[in-house]
Design a protein around this ligand. Structure first.
Ligand SMILES: Nc1ncnc2c1ncn2[C@@H]1O[C@H](COP(=O)(O)OP(=O)(O)OP(=O)(O)O)[C@@H](O)[C@H]1O
Length: 543
C-alpha cells in the first residue's frame, strides 16, 4: 500500500510495540531504516516502489509474521536476499529458534540447503509429487551480528514530518514506469488476511471501503503523474548516437553519487569504476546496498540529486536524449513484465524483427517447446533437426505473408516444403496469446521471455538484475551458459544474490551502503577474506 512501512506491516492490526520491533529485527529490516528519511514511518510507494527487491520480500515476510497465524505458507521467501540476511531470517524466523518455531511452516524453495533443514520434503517434478520424511540436518546457528536488537533512534515520528516527506517524495519517471508495469508484492498468506482479490486490504474493510480506497489511489496516481518532473529530453538533435553505438561497451563511472530524494540518505556514494569492453562483472552485496540503483543510473532512470559522470566508450551518456540512449543497453530486471496479447507482440512490439530471429531466440531460451508441444508434427521440439526448425520458420513466415510477400518468397525459393504440412501459426505459433500457450507463467518463464528480448536485440552492454533469482539451479546454469555464449563479446553486469550465478565473472563488485566496498577477481576477493568471502561462507555456494 502507498503508506508507511509500519502500516504495511500492521496491515490493520493493533500496534504491539514490543512484538513489532522483534519482527522488524527478525526480518533484518532495522538496518534498512537508517537510510530511510522517516525510519519505519517512511512512506513506501504503491507496490513498494521506493524500496529494493529484498526489502519488499522482507516487508511481506514481516507482515505475515506479525499476523501471528498458526499455519504459514512461505513461497520462496529467501530468494531475494543475500546469504547473510538469509541466515539471519532462518535463525530468527523460520527455524525452531525463530519466531515461527512453534508453527506449522510450509516453505517452497529450490535450494537444497533449505530443504535439508525441514522435517518433510515434498518434491514436485513434472506434476508428480514425492514425499520424504527426514530428520532435519542439525543446523548450526550462524552468528551474523548484522542487526541491533533495539529499535533505532526515533526520528520523524510526527505526522507533520510524515506529510513533509510524502509531499516531497515526488516520483521519478522510472518509478512510474515500474509501477504501471509491475506486479505488486506477493505476500505470503496467513489465516488473518483475506486470501481473495481483496487481500490487499485489511480484513475488516467493507467492499465500499475498498472501492473508496481504489478511487483514492487512482486520483493519487493522476496527481503523481501530474507532479512528475520532466525527464531529460527524449532526443537531442545535436548529439545523436550512430546506429552501431556503443561500438565496444567500455563503461567509466566517475565520482558518482545519488539520492532518491533530498531527505534520503545516499543510495550511491562516490562511485569510481572502470569496466573494460567485454568484461563480465558480478555485483553482489547485502539487500538494499545499492546494486539496482547502480543499474538504474546506468539507464538514466534517475535525474535529480545526482552528481558525477558516466561515460560509455568515451561518450558522456548525459549528452544523449534518453529516448536515443536507453534502447542501446539491454536489461533483464528482477521481474520481467509481460502484457496481454500475442507472443509476437510481447517479443517485438515495434515489429522490428523477422520471424526467424524470434523463433531462434525462443528456441535458445527453451520456450519454443511449450508453444509447439500440442502440435503433432512438433511434439518434441528439442528433437527437431536444424532442418526441421528452419522449415518451421519458413512455414510460419509463409502463413503470415500477404500475396506480395509470398511472391517474393517464391522468387527467393523460400516456399515451405509439402512435407512440413504443419501450420504452426495455428494454434501454437507466435500469434497465439501468451496465456493460451503457457497458462499462468511462472516467474522463471517470465524471466526467460526477458532474456529472449535481449538476445534478439544484441546489445553491447547487458545488465541482468537478479534475472535468475526465481529459477531453479539447473535452469540458472543453462541460462548462464546461454548468456556466456550469446553475450561473449558484450559487457555484462550481473547483479545476483545467488553466488553460483556470478562466480565465473571476470571481476566482482561488492556493494555496501551505496559504496563499492570491494572489487577484484573472485580469487582475489576470496583470498582477501573480506565481505565477499563472508558472503560465500554464508551462501549455498559456500556449503
Ligand atoms: N525509488 C526509490 N525511492 C527511494 N528509495 C529507494 C528507491 N529505490 C531504492 N531505494 C533505497 O535505496 C537503497 C538501495 O536500494 P537498491 O534497490 O539499489 O538495493 P539493492 O542492493 O539492489 O537491494 P536488493 O538486493 O534488495 O534488491 C535502499 O535503501 C532502498 O530502500
Amino acid at each position: 500500500m502507498n503508506d508507511t512501512l509500519r502500516a504495511n506491516i500492521l496491515f490493520g492490526r493493533e500496534y504491539d510495540e514490543g512484538y513489532y520491533w522483534k519482527v522488524l529485527n527478525a526480518c533484518a529490516l532495522v538496518d534498512d531504516l537508517e537510510v530511510w528519511p522517516n525510519s519505519d514511518l517512511t512512506i513506501i510507494g504503491e507496490n513498494g516502489i521506493n524500496i529494493s527487491g529484498g526489502q519488499r520480500a522482507r516487508l511481506a515476510l514481516a507482515r505475515t509474521v506479525y499476523s501471528q497465524a498458526d499455519i504459514y505458507f512461505l513461497d520462496d521467501p529467501l530468494s531475494a536476499v543475500d546469504g547473510i540476511v538469509k541466515r539471519h531470517i532462518l535463525d530468527n524466523i523460520i527455524l525452531s529458534t525463530g519466531l515461527l518455531g512453534d508453527k506449522l511452516r510450509f516453505v517452497t524453495t529450490n535450494a537444497d540447503s533449505i530443504s535439508m533443514l525441514c522435517n518433510q520434503v515434498v518434491t514436485v517434478n513434472n506434476g508428480s509429487v514425492s514425499v520424504k520424511v527426514q530428520a532435519p540436518e542439525v543446523y548450526i546457528a550462524f552468528n551474523c551480528n548484522t542487526v541491533p536488537v533495539s529499535k533505532p533512534k526515533e526520528g520523524g515520528n510526527s505526522s507533520k514530518e510524515l506529510q513533509t516527506v510524502s509531499a516531497s517524495d515526488k516520483k521519478q519517471t522510472g518509478n512510474i514506469l515500474n509501477e504501471t508495469t509491475g506486479e505488486g508484492i506477493n505476500t505470503s498468506s496467513s489465516n488473518n488476511c483475506n486470501a481473495d482479490d481483496n487481500s490487499k486490504y485489511p480484513k475488516q474493510w467493507s467492499h465500499w471501503d475498498n472501492a473508496l480506497y481504489a478511487i483514492h489511489i487512482y486520483i493519487n496516481e493522476f496527481r503523481n503523474l501530474a507532479e512528475l518532473d520532466a525527464e531529460a529530453p527524449y532526443v537531442v538533435d545535436s548529439c545523436r548516437p550512430s546506429a552501431q553505438w556503443p561500438p565496444n561497451g567500455k563503461i567509466e563511472i566517475r565520482d558518482f553519487s545519488m539520492k532518491y530524494g533530498v531527505h534520503h540518505g545516499y543510495a550511491l556514494k562516490n562511485i569510481n569504476l572502470a569496466i573494460s569492453a567485454g568484461e563480465k562483472i558480478g555485483i553482489v552485496g547485502r539487500t538494499g546496498a545499492g546494486k539496482s540503483s547502480l543499474a538504474k543510473v546506468l539507464f538514466r532512470l534517475i535525474h535529480e540529486n545526482i552528481s558525477g559522470s558516466i561515460s560509455i566508450d568515451g561518450q558522456d551518456i548525459s549528452e544523449f536524449g534518453v529516448g536515443d540512449y536507453r534502447p542501446r543497453l539491454g536489461m533483464i530486471p528482477q521481474e520481467s513484465s509481460l502484457f496481454g496479447g500475442s507472443i509476437r507482440n510481447n517479443l517485438d512490439p515495434l515489429h522490428q524483427f523477422d520471424i526467424e530471429e524470434m523463433w531462434a531466440a525462443l528456441i535458445k531460451c527453451g520456450l519454443a517447446k511449450h508453444m509447439l508441444s500440442y502440435h503433432s508434427s512438433f511434439n518434441d521440439h528439442d528433437n527437431m533437426t536444424d532442418h526441421q526448425k528452419k522449415e518451421a520458420c519458413v512455414r510460419e513466415q509463409w502463413n503470415n505473408a500477404g500475396w506480395l510477400k509470398r511472391l517474393v518468397m517464391v522468387v527467393l525459393n523460400r516456399v515451405p516444403s509439402a512435407s512440413s504440412s504443419a501450420d504452426i501459426r495455428k494454434p501454437h505459433g507466435l500469434d497465439k496469446s501468451i496465456q493460451d500457450c503457457f497458462g499462468r507463467l511462472t516467474s522463471g518463464q517470465k524471466q526467460l521471455f526477458g532474456l529472449c528480448r535481449v538476445i534478439m536485440r544484441k546489445r553491447k552492454i547487458v545488465v541482468l538484475d537478479e534475472a535468475t533469482a526465481n529459477v531453479d539451479l539447473e535452469t540458472d546454469k543453462s541460462v548462464q551458459a546461454l548468456i556466456s555464449t550469446e553475450f561473449s563479446d558484450c559487457t555484462v553486469l550481473t547483479i545476483a544474490h545467488r553466488l553460483d550465478t556470478i562466480m565465473n565473472s571476470d571481476r566482482i563488485i561488492v556493494m555496501d551502503k551505496g559504496t563499492i566496498a570491494e572489487i577484484g577477481t573472485p580469487r582475489e576477493l576470496l583470498a582477501k577474506d573480506g565481505m565477499f568471502a563472508q558472503l560465500v561462507k554464508t551462501s549455498d555456494f559456500g556449503q
